[in-house]
Design a protein around this ligand. Structure first.
Ligand code: PMT
Length: 419
């Protein structure tokens, strides 16, 4: 059994060519996404005869790329970017025709062009009639591709759609997922020099991320806190660093290890968090994922409060500074992109939209923290990303995957030329 943990946050570009096995690719997309993989799809003209672009679009929750000559697709997402923004290209089903075109280095449609232009690893899942698979031309093509480093899963033996028996059936979705997971596990253990060029679209950018709870003291031994674990903020910091940003992570008390590649500033209170954030300026990007206490105790006691028979002490609260609003309104020191979070317990999108306007940030990531959810402390998150032009619902995924997808969206924001 291959461990699938390494899949979360990975980006797969799935090329679906025209074969009866294309229907299995829909299941493959669903299962990959369940494991936190971001899937983008290229559908060949023949592929679109077996599965509808609408089904692929619904399952990937993304545009389906089909046409090398589409002005819209090429201007919004050039074929080079399609491969650049993937960690692995998977061709499933890989037909005899597409394998032949890959082996010959042809670039006569979007799928073949992406496969020719890419420097990313490629995994193919061949699917075809047994005689086509066993034909010396196909065997030759496959051998040439494997010599160039293309990896293969399947084909399996079995009864084919054409009622013949033998090798040619596409590997099952779970076998393909095992092969993908094995590839990433292997890549993670390869020496650094062997790794393909790192994908660092944020190099040269400075980012500030807040994470975790704050602790607001009552007396020397007691404090007011909340259930934030820091998982979401830390995952964002790590993902931004992976994309090349210089990240300062200002974190309240958590049990998490420092994310690799980040400078971590540990604080306890909201006021300390604000001071650390201001000290980190100037930055290009600020992401406020911390659950900052809105109030602190006014006039904390420097002696432990005692049960002296006079009844419970009354605590009076005073408002804490708002770090997100302060960064959003920092004048010339304002980061170019300020992103807040909104923890809501009802009407999530409406309240978060209002919060975005009130605090003055550019984007707000809304999550539901109602009773019964595990958004605070849990491993997964379901978010809406709200920008000036509306809200985008993301499917439930691991917090690492949310971090990876948010970091990609940030990178795309900085790559889009301003009009
Ligand atoms: O840490 P985890 O267990 O992984 O949980 C993640 C999370 C639920 C904490 C995270 O996804 C999240 O929602 N963080 C924001 C929590 C919050 O305080 O939300 P809010 O709606 O009260 O605040 C709105 C925004 O203002 C947030 O960006 C917050 O960081 C910021 N804020 C709030 C108060 C304050 N005094 N200063 C602030 O900067």
């Amino acid at each position: 059994m291959v461990d699938h943990a390494s899949l979360s946050g990975k980006r797969v570009l799935l090329v679906i060519a025209g074969g009866i096995a294309a229907y299995k690719s829909l299941d493959l997309i669903r299962r990959l996404r369940e494991r936190g993989v971001r899937v983008r799809a290229v559908l060949t003209e023949a592929g679109a005869r077996f599965v509808t672009p609408l089904s692929v679009q619904a399952l990937t929750e993304d545009t389906v790329y089909r046409d090398l000559w589409s002005l819209t697709d090429e201007s919004e997402m050039g074929h080079i970017r399609l491969s650049r923004e993937a960690d692995l290209i998977v061709v499933a089903p890989a037909t005899a025709n597409l394998l032949a075109r890959m082996a010959a280095g042809m670039a006569d449609d979007l799928a073949a062009t992406v496969l020719l232009a890419t420097d990313k690893p490629v995994l193919v899942a061949p699917a075809m009639n047994v005689r086509m698979w066993e034909h010396p031309a196909t065997q030759d093509n496959m051998t040439r591709l494997e010599r160039r480093g293309v990896r293969r899963v399947g084909p399996n033996d079995g009864v084919m759609a054409c009622n013949e028996f033998g090798p040619g059936r596409m590997a099952e979705p779970m076998e393909i997922i095992d092969a993908i997971a094995a590839h990433f596990a292997e890549a993670a253990h390869k020496p650094q020099a062997d790794k393909p060029q790192a994908h660092t679209p944020l190099s040269g950018k400075r980012a500030l991320v807040t994470s975790g709870p704050t602790h607001e003291p009552i007396d020397p031994v007691r404090y007011i806190a909340n259930r934030s674990s820091g998982k979401q903020g830390h995952a964002i910091a790590e993902a931004l660093a992976r994309l090349g940003a210089a990240v300062t992570l200002v974190s309240g008390p958590t049990r998490l290890p420092d994310p690799p590649g980040c400078a971590v500033v540990a604080i306890e209170t909201a006021r300390e968090m604000l001071a650390a954030c201001e000290a980190a300026l100037p930055v290009d990007i600020a992401v406020c994922a911390a659950a900052v206490a809105d109030w602190r105790v006014a006039g904390t006691s420097d002696r432990k409060l005692k049960k002296d028979g006079g009844g419970p002490p009354s605590l009076s609260l005073t408002e804490n500074p708002d770090i997100l609003a302060t960064l959003s309104q920092a004048g010339p020191r304002r980061p170019a992109l300020v992103i807040g979070f909104a923890a809501e317990t009802g009407d999530v999108v409406a309240y978060a939209t209002a919060k975005r306007a009130r605090k003055g940030c550019d984007w707000i990531v809304a999550n539901d923290v109602s009773l019964g959810t595990t958004t605070f402390g849990g491993a997964d998150n379901t978010v809406h990303v709200i920008r000036a032009d509306g809200a985008e619902a993301w499917p439930t995924m691991g917090k690492d995957a949310v971090g990876a997808r948010l970091a990609e969206a940030i990178a795309a924001h900085f790559q889009t030329p301003t009009p």
